[in-house]
Design a protein around this ligand. Structure first.
Ligand code: B3K
Ligand code: ZN
Length: 888
């Protein structure tokens, strides 16, 4: 907490550290009230640094001892500042001994060393290590760690840290110890320890090379029936990284530990990954298909960091996407490869692009917009964003699109050959990709340095006489905070041309030497406008542009409704089939939103004859399409995605239109929904595999449409599914349908669900979330839910399940015209700020697009923002978000 104006950190100000740290030895006397930490480190002067003094950082620490090269430091030799410990002009080689005390039980920020359910955990990324000891806590300082943990044996029988266990035993007084040694150099943000009452599922696993490794998944007692999927996901990850990238696990032991109080999803600490329970615990009773998929991808993500992040790390936090964008790309490819089929890959791609559009496009258009490699920040925790992660992953994907899979692999190989054991920059990755492939990727740097979502306009011209088809691509990029003018990006545009039968035409580009005529070609747009001319085009084609979403841009292309329906029915590119349907739906939704705003009545009849209705019916009944794909195709664009398309967002009109369209589709296709419902049941033993999960997704979408009719038959269907379901996916889908209906069994179902799962925190989270997002839940109802004995703001998962779900997932209620939603938001941001600044700052982001709303709402949002801004003791996390929201 602080009251002075927080400092902005600039990328251009980077200077190398004045000292390197070679070894770190730490001893912890673990006690929730006062943990003593003794650290001994050896340092050596960095000849490349202009600074003579050694600056260490520390936060919320009591300094007990400070010795240099065996002697206590006198008060004249160092200065203890606000968060810094500066030692004046030390010799070239230094051994520092520091003793600090921390108070883990009081640490509600969940950064540094803290207590959760009586056990100890750490979270050090990005800047949490400084809450444990004074240290040059920056990612370019990499050292070898040896850690001794000492604690009460009965209360803390398990003592874990990074690397290998080399010694353990008793020390009398009911206490015991363990010594861990990490053989690899690492930055301090990858340090971790865990101590407490935990149990594990373990297995030995044989690597391709024949070496055996020990794999463990640690959980609280009583949860061993929920670890198998995480263990399977870990083994799949290890195998996948060997096969796809030739990267082997470099440790003899790899541990995953689940903790229920955690700020984000998981953390890739070397050899000791710490996970939010949400991304570890699963069995059919408590976890949905989405949970299973989430566990697989997060386990993969953290495991893949072992190479992309840990072996090669970031020079400074501006380079965060170097590890995050790359690792998200890797986890996306991992999940896609595990599904295996082309249609499965397309489904995964659509899901990933949906996240990008739902969350990253708005960020890129708002006051917090920043480049994939930012130029400045106030609080680095605010930059763990969808831009760094998801747009960063798109940037990495574009290398693969431009260079091909083999070329990309060559680039990865060269990256590790050059940089293993180093802390590097995004530019180094780009250079490896370019050099390994003999390509000039200079212009590609703009994807890292320019914020904002580029727009890509497509104009076409068919010349029947010359049999040529000209495609003119024009790019532009809107201004973002601090960046008014943008230069043209290097954009890979995958394109295909469909003939009248819906088949791909062979592509031949004028002026190119081509051995064959492919069905899809990647055009490289590097200028503001370029025309690409296809030859031997025997009829006027329908273009399929940006296949597979080959670049993170907004595509501006004029299609008729009929062309969209044609693409939705025929495109060989599954992504663009889905995209065509979404465009058709979006067009309709925007038109109807305009009608609502003009007080026109929405008429069913008009819709029932429309192209959208026919196209949806065709997709629903097309047995050749995967159920998972059909579910995506038949889901209307979300309210948030529609909002992004409007100059002035009207959340109430959008909500009314989406609901109207869903009801229309529910009634006009009722018979078809029922057929799909019956055809996609998954009787028998539950399995989370992609085929079964896809069927359940389609069946449950059908259920949600059927229940839109809100009649007795529909209620009965939902109630029966609720009563008979043998897995959480079907259970929660039925409960959600009931909760959004006027079914007489609604309240009973909600109560019985709670009673049944009271002991399962992750299910109680679902129970709060589904109510928070239910369309009848208003601010008053959320306030009432906050009084429920199971609610607490201190647990981030619980706070997210109720508060975030309401503020971000229930737009029509949150944006109540009286501004009560905004007042509620302000209160919660302020309350969370005092407990956990990181979580508070996430919630603070909710209003950052306030300027896009109608003046009446804007005014009320502005008042709520100002209320938060005026709060005393605002963390720099929240202050940065609020200040930027108000001023940009
Ligand atoms: N690297 C961590 C995120 C740490 C967030 C710190 N505020 C998890 C991940 O991306 O794998
Ligand atoms: Zn990551």
């Amino acid at each position: 907490m602080r009251t002075d104006t927080p400092q902005t950190i600039y990328r251009k100000d980077y200077t190398p550290p004045s000292y390197w740290v070679d070894t770190v030895e730490m001893g912890f006397d673990l006690d929730p009230e006062a943990t003593h930490v003794a650290t001994r480190m050896t340092l050596r002067r960095n000849p490349d640094s202009p600074n003579r003094n050694l600056v260490l950082v520390g936060e919320s620490l009591r300094l007990e001892q400070l010795r240099m090269n065996g002697k206590d430091l006198s008060k004249r030799q160092y200065a203890l500042g606000r968060g810094t410990l500066e030692i004046f002009n030390p010799p070239d080689n230094v051994t520092l001994e520091i003793e600090t005390v921390t108070h883990p039980a009081m640490n509600t920020s969940l950064m540094g060393l803290y207590v959760s359910n009586g056990n100890f955990f750490t979270q050090c990324e990005a800047e949490g290590f400084r809450k444990i000891t004074y240290f040059p806590d920056r990612p370019d300082v990499m050292a070898k760690y040896t850690v001794m943990l000492r604690a009460d044996k009965e209360k803390y029988p398990v003592l874990l840290s990074n690397g290998n266990l080399i010694e353990q035993g008793d020390i009398g007084d009911g206490r015991h110890y363990a010594v861990w040694e990490d053989p690899f150099k690492k930055p301090s943000y990858l340090f971790a320890l865990v101590a407490g009452k935990l149990v594990c599922q373990e297995e030995t696993y044989t690597l391709k090379s024949g070496r055996e490794v020990l794999l463990q998944v640690w959980v609280e007692d009583g949860n061993l029936d929920k670890t198998q999927h995480a263990m399977d996901s870990l083994k799949n990850s290890i195998r996948w990284d060997e096969e796809r990238f030739g990267l082997e696990l470099d440790l003899d032991r790899f541990m995953i530990v689940a903790v229920s109080d955690f700020n984000m999803g998981a953390m890739e600490n070397k050899g000791l990954n710490i996970f939010n329970t949400k991304f570890v615990l699963a069995n059919p009773r408590i976890a949905t298909d989405t949970d299973y998929a989430g566990i697989e991808s997060v386990v993969g993500h953290e495991y893949f960091h072992n190479w992309t992040g840990n072996r090669v790390t970031c020079r400074d936090w501006f380079q965060l996407s170097l590890k995050e964008g790359l690792t998200v790309f890797r986890d996306q490819e991992f999940s896609a490869d595990l599904i295996g089929t082309d249609s499965g890959r397309a489904v995964k791609r659509i899901e990933d692009v949906r996240v990008l559009r739902q969350a990253q496009f708005p960020e890129d258009a708002g006051p917090m917009a920043h480049p994939v490699r930012p130029d400045s920040y106030v609080e680095i925790n605010n930059f763990y964003t969808v831009t760094i992660y998801e747009k960063g992953a798109e940037v990495v994907r574009m290398y693969q699109t431009l260079l091909g899979r083999d070329g990309f692999r060559k680039g990865m190989d060269l990256y590790f050959e050059r940089h293993d054991g180093q802390a590097v920059e995004c530019d180094d990755f780009r250079a490896a990709m370019a050099d390994a492939n003999g390509r000039d990727l200079k212009q590609f740097e703009l994807w890292y340095s320019q914020a904002g979502t580029p727009r890509l306009k497509v104009d076409t011209e068919y010349d029947a006489d010359a049999q040529t088809y000209a495609v003119t691509l024009t790019q532009s990029c809107p201004p973002t905070p601090g960046q008014a003018e943008k230069q043209p990006f290097h954009i890979p545009v995958a394109i295909g041309l469909l003939d009248a039968r819906g088949k791909d035409m062979p592509l031949r580009l004028e002026g190119e030497q081509q051995d064959e005529a492919p069905a899809t070609m990647v055009l490289e747009l590097t200028e503001a406008t370029q025309t690409f001319r296809f030859k031997q085009v025997t009829e006027r084609p329908v273009p399929s542009v940006l296949r597979g979403f080959s670049a993170p841009v907004v595509l501006d292309i004029a299609y008729t409704d009929d062309e969209l329906a044609f693409l939705m029915a025929n495109d060989s590119d599954a992504f663009n089939r889905w995209e065509a349907g979404q465009r058709l739906a979006m067009r309709r939704m925007l038109a109807l939103t305009g009608a609502v705003q003009n007080n026109q009545a929405l008429s069913d009849a008009e819709l029932e004859e429309g192209t959208l209705n026919d196209a949806f019916r065709a997709a629903l009944n097309d047995e050749a399409l995967d159920p998972a794909f059909r579910e995506l195709a038949l889901t209307l664009p979300s309210e948030t995605v529609v909002a992004e398309q409007m100059d002035v967002i009207d959340p109430h009109a959008i909500h009314a239109v989406r609901r109207f369209l869903r009801r229309s589709l529910a009634s006009s296709l009722r018979g078809d929904w029922m057929v799909a419902y019956q055809a996609n049941r998954t009787p028998g033993t539950y399995s989370p595999d992609a085929i079964a999960a896809g069927k359940r997704a389609l069946k449950n979408l059908a259920l949600s449409y059927i229940v839109e009719n809100d009649d007795a038959d529909a209620h009965h269907l939902a109630q029966t599914q609720y009563d008979n379901a043998n897995n959480m996916t079907d259970r929660i889908a039925a409960l959600t349908a009931l909760a959004n209906s006027s079914a007489p069994g609604r309240a009973d179902a909600l109560n019985s669900f709670y009673e049944e799962f009271e002991q399962e925190a992750l299910v109680v989270d679902k129970w709060f979330a589904l109510q928070a997002m239910s369309r009848t839940t208003d601010v008053a109802a959320v306030r009432a839910l906050m009084k429920h004995p199971a609610f607490t703001l201190k647990n981030p998962n619980r706070a997210r399940s109720l508060i975030f779900s309401f503020c971000n997932g229930n737009p029509s209620q949150f944006h109540a015209v009286d501004g009560s939603g905004y007042q509620f938001w302000a209160e919660q941001v302020i309350a969370l700020n005092a407990i956990n600044p990181q979580v508070a700052a996430r919630l603070a982001r909710t209003l950052d697009r306030w300027r896009k709303y109608a003046p009446a709402l804007q005014e009320k949002m502005h008042a709520a923002l100002k209320k938060v801004a005026a709060t005393k003791e605002l963390s720099k996390d929240v202050l940065e978000v609020i200040t930027k929201s108000i001023s940009n």
